[in-house]
Ligand binder design. Sequence first.
Ligand code: FAD
Length: 464
Amino acid sequence: MKGVFTMSTTRYAPPTSADVLRLKAALSGRLIQPGDADYDRARAVWNGMIDRRPALIARCQCVTDVIETVNFAREHGLAVSVRGGGHNVAGSAIVEDGVVIDLSEMANVYVDPVARIARVEGGARLRDVDRATQRYGLVVPAGVVSDTGIGGLTLGGGTGWLSRKYGLTIDNLISASVVTADGRLLKASATENPDLFWGIRGGGGGLGVVTSFEFRLHPLGPEVMAGAVFYRGEDAPDVLRRYRQYIASAPDEVGSLVSQGRFPADEMFPAELHGQRFVFVAACYAGETGEGERIVQPLRELAEPVLDLSGVIPFTTLQSFWDEEYPAGELRYYWRAMYLDDLDDAAFDRLVRLIDEAPSPLATLDFGQMGGAAGRVGVHETAYAHRDAAYMLYVEANWADPQDDAANIAWAKRVVTEMQAFSDGGQAPSFPGFFEEREKLFGANYRRLQELKARFDPANLFRS
Ligand SMILES: Cc1cc2nc3c(=O)[nH]c(=O)nc-3n(C[C@H](O)[C@H](O)[C@H](O)COP(=O)(O)OP(=O)(O)OC[C@H]3O[C@@H](n4cnc5c(N)ncnc54)[C@H](O)[C@@H]3O)c2cc1C
């Protein structure tokens, strides 16, 4: 096996073939290696740019599998990455030459509808969670794309339609089971290992492997009023300003997003608009649908719509609305997210110019309103530092041709630089680019997170 493994230090003996066979025998799930028929599929993630070759991929089926794999990697000095839904734009689920703990087969969701609690295994995707909870008209406040893993999303904070009404995903986390670098299974909650509990709520995934999360559930749906309106790019000045006026007094039940990009060559849009700029306004009303129709109506009248798909729909349908836009493995992605204090007219004008300058017609610049319940939690209460931001801006460079990598990444970085004028500099852990500005993701909580990392993972086992 020599040459396949990267050693973290020279103190460790690389695993022999016999060591690997012993690990294989100890696992209930499969151990996938280079040369296996499904190796390439198992190392592929959502971002088509990521092409890393791990030495081992452990498809864990239970907590014991996770512990065995962590112990094996630690004893042999190998780097570990954890794969939840495989959706992180940086591809951090896959470590070059190291060991991947792949949780995709640990995706069960157990719902107690009376206590309104769900226990969710660490490899579940949002669609698994929504399917199980919506059966009872309940929900875990999470993200807006059903393919996203609950693991990485929760560890990064978790924003979505319901953040203003019910808080971030982490604000609804009661406890988690975590396998730490020393191979122990710890419970993290407000009363047990509270430091670890603080760190996993927004601090990213470097403190251990979360084998299951316990969430508080809220009533929702199963149908909700959803707004989904396309306007012409030339109407952007009116649409953006009227949207800003609307959200200034919108209730916490309204979660909304505004996206700017280019109309695709799709028959649902008039042919003369293909390739032209659009402004898309989307919303979800977290409450009674009749009231939702009334409250969402003004978002449908910000200008003359090109296409209005709004209506009362199952929440699970809303959650898969964007799935096709972001196909796994087919496109190349570089995404950043930053917090904005204000969106004045100058910020709007800049966003319109920047989307015009995007090298790829697939790029979008989206922003959503923060605040509400998510903003009423203190900056130091969890590791998620940016509670006081008014808006989050999502910079999404999406393209197909590897030759266009440099131009698209440079554009996204330029957007971040140019929009600094409207920001306190904070960035969001959910869309970290390739972790170029790690400290900005954690702001005022960065130092405490570093201390926790040194305590729970002193050898930096989870360094992906
Ligand atoms: C199309 C798309 C839409 C998105 N929408 C939203 C949104 O609405 N709201 C939002 O907040 N974010 C959103 N995100 C960002 C998303 O939350 C992050 O990319 C997140 O890291 C994805 O989690 P994952 O489990 O799929 O990722 P993976 O790539 O599997 O994992 C990313 C990292 O998370 C850690 N990790 C994952 N699972 C575990 C676990 N069980 N235990 C320990 N560590 C773990 C690991 O460190 C891993 O390196 C979106 C991303 C995409 C691509």
